[in-house]
Design a protein around this ligand. Structure first.
Ligand SMILES: NC(=O)c1ccc[n+]([C@@H]2O[C@H](COP(=O)([O-])OP(=O)(O)OC[C@H]3O[C@@H](n4cnc5c(N)ncnc54)[C@H](OP(=O)(O)O)[C@@H]3O)[C@@H](O)[C@H]2O)c1
Length: 255
């Protein structure tokens, strides 16, 4: 049974996936809000979206972005070192959830295939995933393969679980940017996609318009478990930084 949504926020709206996500949300008839950090970049966002300026690294600036939202699509990402991974990849999720302060919005979070292979950048994205699972909100976590490395006839979407592809190159899987946005936005209203974590790749063949059978074929994440179902158990909470554990406690406290 689809959930009803009216206002969808796209985080990372100026980015290579975010722009597709804005367009897809508009196509689906949502009042679509695009979070940008610099108003001058608004021209990068498809026409029709409401532009809201905010800094992902500062929760205090995100109040207008989350006001009255029913759905949030996270497509942000950093390309820098450890500090950017913490402040942007993870910080965006932590700060947006803190600004949301328990408002029941449906979450679609994009991270990356191979995110459970221990590396600094991956670990911060994975901590963002953990916050979403701990929040008690409805969510879908999408871990795409390599963007736009697909061949022209490679659009048949495949959803995997357990994150076992760790080559860190396109042999892990490939998928088009537009299809990543399609899956993120479709997940927002899919009961079958709720509380699920998936790796998203494409094989040779036509893209599917109805994603429900794919979502329905997946296992749900286990209630109270921080990682995705069947993920490798290789990042113990006890070894996590104190600030990360505190943020998890705050996320649980908003339930
Ligand atoms: N490339 C791949 O094949 C692949 C596969 C799986 C996952 N990923 C992951 O996907 C993520 C996104 O990649 P992309 O190529 O779409 O990146 P992108 O085009 O650079 O988009 C990133 C978005 O995040 C925003 N952002 C970055 N730093 C920010 C900050 N400090 N404050 C506010 N907003 C900030 C950017 O805003 P501005 O426009 O203002 O900079 C932009 O909207 C990356 O983290 C990457 O690891 C990539």
């Amino acid at each position: 049974m689809p959930e009803n949504l009216s206002t969808v926020l796209v985080v990372g709206a100026t980015g290579s996936i975010g722009r597709h996500a804005v367009a897809e949300a508009l196509r689906n008839g949502y009042a679509t809000r695009a979070l940008v950090r610099d108003a001058h970049r608004a021209s990068d966002v498809p026409d029709g979206a409401e532009i809201v300026v905010g800094d992902l690294t500062d929760a205090a600036t995100l109040g207008d972005a989350v006001k009255d939202v029913d759905g949030i699509v996270f497509t942000h990402g950093s390309h820098g070192g450890a500090a950017d991974a913490e402040n942007v990849d993870y910080g965006a999720v932590r700060n947006t959830l803190e600004a949301l302060a328990g408002r029941p919005a449906r979450i679609a979070l994009m991270t990356a295939i191979g995110v459970t292979k221990r590396m600094t950048g991956h670990d911060w994205k994975r901590r963002g995933e953990r916050l979403v699972r701990a929040s008690g909100l409805s969510y879908t976590i999408v871990r795409p393969g390599w963007f736009d490395y697909n061949a022209p006839d490679q659009h048949r979407l495949v959803m995997l679980q357990g994150d076992r592809r760790w080559a860190s190159d396109p042999s892990d899987g490939v998928v088009s940017r537009a299809q990543i946005a399609q899956v993120l936005v479709a997940s927002l209203t899919s009961a079958a996609a709720n509380h699920k974590t998936l790796e998203l790749v494409a094989d040779k063949g036509l893209g599917q318009t109805d994603l429900e059978p794919l979502f329905a074929s997946l296992e749900s994440d286990q209630v109270g478990v921080l990682d995705g179902v069947r993920d490798t158990d290789n990042m113990s909470l006890a070894d996590e930084p104190g600030a990360v554990r505190d943020a998890l406690d705050r996320a649980r406290g908003h339930r």
